[in-house]
Each structure stands twice: as structure tokens, then as C-alpha cells.
Design a protein around this ligand. Structure first.
Ligand code: KG4
Ligand code: ZN
Length: 336
């Protein structure tokens, strides 16, 4: 069995996967959303403290499995440094006391493997990764060979949902809340699609966020911000944010027709986005993959799943060499 540990942001999670048949033998996640919601976003100090409470609590539950664990796979990059430390410290302590090897896991590779929790991975694979921290289009040719085709120059897709939700006092995290409210609204505010006439293949969400801010202020000043106009703002913003994703993705598809295409990350749970990508993939006869909804957001199952791959390749790391790496550097992930 491979133990997966995830603590890169505000979710503490442990999972055990059988390395032979990929069966998920144990899975638990303690989310800190409620605690951070009071502050409108993740407070690193608080996240660190909550991880040190939650991780040992879950660890107790897997004690009966200790004798079956063959390796410990832990997220060590990218993420909030004070959060990553929580999982990495537990992994090191456990590795030393149980004499089990350690495996370092890149969180983003984890999201990619959320597509393959119960099956062998498929390559070549195009990936859209939309989370609270990242917006990336990736071209993965074979195991460990990753090319970044597009990324965001400012806010990420999920982050822009969180920020718009905050402007509308909907609470944190905002993605699912915006999506829910958008269902009752009309996309009748004419926000413009970012970088529409810019040939560069990159994303930017901060301009759209500002368009929304200006509109909300205008509505407030005219006493027109109410339940319906909030829903209309959500529908309009969601539409344009997804149009932006699709606009650049279609341009990428004109150059490269992916045989397989996966959408991962917390924001890949957005059904409006899923539908738009489904249409694009149909048009290009591309085999579309999504993670199960429960495993779109951060979880340890995807970390344990990459752990299985690295275990088979014997890609272990000494506990002295295992460091946290807060920033994104997919070069580090090339050997995933
Ligand atoms: O992957 P994830 O759990 O954490 C990171 O690695 O960042 O992603 C969390 C992000 C948050 O920004 C959240 O608002 C967004 O995913 N999200 C959504 C939806 N559900 C979660 N964004 C848009 N629509 C959703 N339904
Ligand atoms: Zn994530």
C-alpha cells in the first residue's frame, strides 16, 4: 500500500492506495474552509495550525494499516510553505519511525493523476489545470515529459471566482457559490473576453475581475445590487471567464489536436466549463477525461496515485533531501 499525504493549502488529507490493483483502501480529508471563510481567504498561519491538528488525527485512523505501507508519498511542491511543512514533517517522522521510503510529489502532477485514480495513465495527453493557484494548459507526451503551452500572467481562474465572490459577499471559497448563483441569472452584462485580439496564448483574469468590480460599484451606487442582479453578475462573469479559457484553448487546438484531453483542478468541477470543453473536444474528436467530482479539489488520493507510479520506478528521496518548494517549477516535475 502507498500512503499519500496532502497539505499544500487548506485541506489536510491522507489516502492509502493498493499499488497492485489501485484500490483506494482509505481516504479522508479535513477541509479548513469554514475557518478561513471568516477572513475571506486562506490565512497561512491559521492553515498551518489546523494542519498540525488534523493530520495526526487522520493518521491515528490508519494505524491498523501501518504494517502494509510500502512508501510514503507527500506533496512537497508547490503550495503555501507553512502548509507544506505540516505534511512533509509528518511524512519524514513516519518514514524514520516505520523505516519506509519517502516519495516527493508535485501537487500539480497529483491533479493530473486524479484522472487516473482507478486506471493506467494515458499519454499523450493535453491537460487544462484550473485551480485556486494555477491556470495551465499542458502538453504531456509521455511519463515525465511536460510542456507548458499556456499559463496565466496574473490571477488564476479559480482565484478570480474567489475574488468576485468576495466582492458579492458570497463567502469563501467562491467557485461553487458563483456557479450555483449563476444558474438563477442571465449573462446580460457585457464584460469583454480578456486578450481576445491578442495573438499570445496566455491567460489573464485580473482585468475581467476589475470589469466586474466596476459594474458592482455602479449597481451599488444606483441601489440596483440585489439578488437578481448578483445572479446576473455571476452568470455574466462565469460565461466570460469560461469564454476566455475556450478562446485560447481553441487556438491551441488549431495547432495541436490532442488525442486525449483532461481537465483537472478544483475549478474543473464547474459544470458550465465542463460543457464548453465537451463541445470543443467533440469538434476535434478528442477523448475527454475528467476526475470524479469528489477528487477535483485537493485530496491525498491523487498524491498516493502518483506515489504508486514513482514507487514502481523506485524514485525515492532521502528524508534529508526532501525539501518544500513553495513556487511552481514544472522542471522539477519532469521526472514524475
Ligand atoms: O485544486 P484546488 O482545490 O486548490 C488549489 O490547488 O488551488 O482548487 C480550489 C479552487 C478555488 O479557487 C475554488 O473557488 C475553485 O477551485 N472552484 C471552482 C469551483 N469549485 C471550486 N471554481 C469555479 N467553479 C466551481 N464549481
Ligand atoms: Zn490543488
Amino acid at each position: 500500500m502507498i500512503l499519500g499525504i496532502e497539505s499544500s493549502c487548506d485541506d489536510s488529507s491522507l489516502a492509502l492506495i493498493n499499488s497492485q490493483n489501485l484500490k483506494l483502501e482509505f481516504y479522508k480529508k479535513i477541509t479548513q474552509e469554514e475557518e478561513h471563510a471568516k477572513y475571506g481567504g486562506v490565512v497561512p498561519e491559521l492553515a498551518a495550525r489546523l494542519h498540525t491538528e488534523a493530520l495526526p488525527k487522520i493518521l491515528k485512523e490508519i494505524k491498523p494499516y501501518f504494517k502494509d505501507i510500502k512508501a510514503i508519498a507527500v506533496t512537497n511542491e508547490p503550495g503555501l510553505s507553512v502548509s507544506l511543512i505540516g505534511g512533509v514533517s509528518i511524512a519524514k517522522a513516519l518514514s524514520i519511525s516505520l523505516k519506509i521510503p519517502l516519495i516527493a510529489i508535485n501537487h500539480l502532477i497529483g491533479h493530473i493523476y486524479s484522472l487516473f485514480l482507478n486506471s493506467d495513465a494515458i499519454f499523450p495527453l493535453g491537460v487544462l489545470l484550473v485551480s485556486g493557484g494555477h491556470t495551465l494548459v499542458l502538453d504531456i507526451n509521455s511519463f515525465g515529459e511536460i510542456k507548458i503551452l499556456a499559463s496565466t500572467t496574473d490571477d488564476s481562474f479559480g482565484e478570480s471566482f474567489d475574488k468576485v465572490a468576495k466582492m458579492l459577499d458570497l463567502g469563501y471559497p467562491g467557485g461553487a457559490k458563483i456557479e450555483r448563483l449563476a444558474k438563477n441569472g442571465e449573462a446580460n452584462f457585457n464584460f469583454t473576453v480578456p486578450l481576445k485580439f491578442n495573438p499570445k496564448i496566455e491567460y489573464s483574469f485580473s482585468g475581467l475581475k476589475n470589469q466586474v468590480r466596476v459594474k458592482i460599484e455602479e449597481l451599488k451606487n444606483n441601489n440596483l445590487l440585489n439578488k437578481q442582479s448578483k445572479a446576473d453578475i455571476c452568470a455574466s462573469f462565469q460565461k466570460i471567464a469560461c469564454d476566455h479559457i475556450l478562446d485560447k484553448l481553441s487556438k491551441i487546438y488549431k495547432e495541436k489536436k490532442f488525442k486525449n484531453f483532461g481537465v483537472v483542478g478544483g475549478a474543473s468541477a464547474n459544470l458550465y466549463l465542463r460543457e464548453k470543453i465537451e463541445n470543443l473536444c467533440k469538434q476535434y474528436n478528442s477523448n475527454l477525461l475528467f476526475a470524479p467530482l469528489e477528487f477535483c479539489s485537493d485530496n491525498a488520493a491523487m498524491i498516493a496515485r502518483v506515489g504508486v507510479e514513482k514507487y514502481k520506478l523506485k524514485q525515492f528521496i532521502n528524508h534529508k533531501d526532501l525539501q518544500i518548494i513553495p513556487n511552481l517549477n514544472l522542471k522539477n516535475a519532469r521526472s514524475f
